[in-house]
Design a protein around this ligand. Structure first.
Ligand code: ADP
Ligand code: MG
Length: 257
């Protein structure tokens, strides 16, 4: 597959058929209404950045897509599979990789074993095949030489790149990122964003919760602004940056820039 050319961020890239369709999605935590009727269609190959105030439902929304937080109203369809209770859950989780702010690597496993664990256990890959692919992925994220180390021996930026390689080892069709650089020292943010940028250019469908406006403007096709459990702006990063419509968005932007 050839990577889609990057177009100016003011013009959305022409992309494929819908791969994530969320319709009127709701989520409650006890009496708290965290998602209030989210509608969103993401097309294959699209890179969508999600920003918004703390507590606005950004994490909850992306976690509903692989049912880490099951939604309790509306519908979510991933690559044509409706997500309803346990139905299709395993199939959808296999298609959706996730990277968290806190890396979540297994501390007692080497870097390479972190990456090969799921392919061997879930995909029934042979150890040799999983390791060959793991080393390829580590080279792709720029840390092939760290394969035998343990997570604690790596910098935060390196650990996050391992986490990305680990998610990619399952050959996902969609990658979800929840503030992947928020826990990193400033000098390590770029090395992680560069890996994400390469992934975007390779054609991966990505939903990225991040406040890195530079990344959004350079890489994203669309920008969603969340407020109080809903998408209140759905636009291009350039349009959002220069002319946010919603009052809450203007205020938010003035604080992060
Ligand atoms: P964001 O990622 O935009 O900061 P979240 O999606 O994490 O926001 O949270 C949205 C709201 O839902 C917050 O008010 C949060 O406290 C609440 N919430 C999130 N997860 C849980 C949970 N597991 N139990 C109870 N409340 C939760
Ligand atoms: Mg969050």
């Amino acid at each position: 597959m050839t990577a889609p050319a990057l177009s100016p961020s003011s013009a959305p890239r022409v992309t494929g058929e819908p791969i994530i369709v969320a319709e009127n999605v709701h989520k409650h935590f006890g009496g708290f209404h965290a998602l209030r009727g989210v509608n969103l269609t993401v097309r294959r190959g699209e890179v969508v950045v999600i920003i918004g105030p703390s507590g606005s439902g950004k994490s909850t929304f992306i976690r509903t897509i692989n049912a880490l937080d099951p939604h309790d109203g509306g519908s979510i369809t991933v690559d044509g599979l409706p997500l309803q209770g346990a139905r299709n859950l395993d199939a959808i989780r296999r298609e959706v990789g996730m990277v968290f702010q806190s890396f979540n690597l297994f501390p007692h496993l080497s870097v390479l074993d972190n990456i090969t664990l799921a392919p061997i256990r879930v995909r029934r890959a042979s150890k040799a095949d999983a390791e060959a692919r793991g080393l390829e992925l580590l080279a792709r994220v720029g840390i092939a030489e760290q394969a035998q180390k343990y997570p604690a021996q790596l910098s935060g930026g390196q650990q996050q790149r391992v986490a990305i390689a680990r998610a990619l080892a399952m050959n996902p069709k969609i990658m979800l990122f929840d503030e992947p650089t928020s826990a990193l020292d400033p000098e390590m943010i770029k090395e992680v964003l560069d890996v994400m940028k390469e992934l975007a250019q390779s054609g991966m469908t990505m939903l990225v919760v991040t406040h890195e406006m530079g990344f959004a403007r350079e890489v994203a096709d669309r920008l969603l602004f969340f407020d109080q459990g809903n998408v209140v702006e759905d636009t291009t990063p350039e349009a959002f940056y220069h002319d946010p419509q919603h009052e809450r968005a203007k205020l938010f932007l003035s604080k992060i820039l």
